[in-house]
Design a protein around this ligand. Sequence first.
Ligand SMILES: [Zn+2]
Length: 163
Amino acid sequence: MTQNPLIKSYQDIFNRLSKAVSQGEKISLKFWEDVESQLIQLEHYTEQDASRLVQSIQRDLSETRQVLFDAGQAIEHWLEWDMQVVEEELSNWVKIVADPSTVDWLFLKQQWEQSTQYQTGDSIGIGKIHCIRCGQLITFSHTSIIPECPHCQGKDFQREPIF
Ligand SMILES: [Zn+2]
């Protein structure tokens, strides 16, 4: 099985995040800066690629939290909405986004309020996005790289709301 290095890095960062959250570490700007500089120094990412990857994760976290909590929807409802989501994968996300105190959510929200678009080549965790041009839905049940739209080859997507 060949694995895109971007996916592996995404998962590594996600695991690190899970661990930090479970240990009560405060996830704020410093955490993200540390992750970014490690990507550059240890994994030889360019500054641009490192920051793009970190931003993908921040955006997924922020949006997953909004879908699960701010929208006032029960987790059960979300599960029903997307049965393809692997339960274990989802529970890992829930553990992180359910915590209002550990992660600096305001920072993430401010960061992503204006920019919720996804593009071909971005990494993404779990979720469902639709093509802005033709509306085609694509579902992700594990960390993936966003492909071109299979219907119209569009490259711009938005996360699908649950309503
Ligand atoms: Zn399309």
